[in-house]
Design a protein around this ligand. Structure first.
Ligand SMILES: Nc1nc2c(ncn2[C@@H]2O[C@H](COP(=O)(O)OP(=O)(O)OP(=O)(O)O)[C@@H](O)[C@H]2O)c(=O)[nH]1
Ligand SMILES: [Mg+2]
Length: 239
């Protein structure tokens, strides 16, 4: 088994960005702990290690507050996926993604994949008040009418996703389609939360395999160099 697995070194990095209060921490908590609890506004950033099958995925929760904005680009360095999160009841939170957060993603990997996520769907969409994960208990019967006005339609989020692709136009790889990468979620009920993370992780699989293959080659090279430095022949240690 490779050393990376023994030390639980992350195989890949995912970062959650978005304005304060959109529910980034709650989404992550819902996915990792399968529950919804009171949160405190995040200070700086927080790191979670998710074991996904045989792989270790590091997920970085970032602070949306303006005062921590300078840290965003540092957190995005080396990211293989970025979740851009807004609140479906706040048009401004979608605008902020483009105005304030998109430029931070320049430090991510060249083949970074993006998801655009509208959280708090339970406030506007009756059906998202019903959990759709196996781990959450059955919710109440959906009411006839939503409780809060929905300010951001999914089409607006898809238009933003397509602008992101154009912004990254210098990249050579092909991006997944907006239909597949724009989600409406509820951290409160669990609606679409597993689907979001599982879709992303599935997409990251080729990058994980590439990174592991690279790590194996590098460690074999180091081993061979060590052998040569110590005057050993390969068969003595590189087995
Ligand atoms: N109704 C509803 N409320 C939510 C949902 N997700 C989060 N909230 C509430 O929104 C508020 C902010 O949630 P957080 O998860 O702390 O938001 P955040 O994006 O991490 O905020 P910062 O850490 O300040 O950037 C809290 O009061 C949550 O309970 C959701 O899906 N539905
Ligand atoms: Mg937070």
């Amino acid at each position: 088994m490779p050393a990376a697995r023994k030390t639980r070194k992350p195989d890949i990095k995912v970062v959650i960005l978005g304005d304060m209060n959109v529910g980034k921490t709650s989404l992550l908590h819902r996915y990792t702990e399968k529950s919804f609890k009171d949160t405190l506004s995040t200070v700086g950033g927080a790191f979670f290690l998710k074991q996904w099958g045989p792989y270790n995925i590091s997920i970085w929760d970032t602070a949306g507050r303006e005062q921590f904005h300078g840290l965003g680009s540092m957190y995005c360095r080396g990211a293989a996926a970025i979740i851009l999160t807004y609140d479906v009841t706040s048009w401004q939170s979608l605008v902020q993604l483009e105005e304030r957060f998109l430029s931070l993603t320049d430090s991510a990997n060249r083949d970074c994949v993006f998801a655009v996520v509208g959280n708090k769907a339970d406030l506007t969409d009756p059906w998202s008040q019903v959990p759709n994960t196996e781990d959450t208990p059955a919710g109440p019967t959906p009411p006839e009418t939503p409780t809060v006005y929905k300010q951001v339609a999914r089409e607006d989020a898809m238009a933003l996703y397509n602008r992101i692709i154009r912004y990254k136009a210098f990249e050579t790889h092909t991006f997944p389609r907006a239909e597949d990468m724009c989600f409406e979620t509820s951290a409160k009920t669990g609606y679409n939360v597993d689907a979001l993370f599982e879709t992303l992780f599935d997409l990251l699989l080729p990058s994980i395999m590439r990174k592991q293959a690279q790590a194996t080659t590098e460690s074999a090279t180091v081993c061979l160099e060590d052998c040569q430095n110590e005057g050993k022949i390969k068969s003595e240690c590189c087995v």
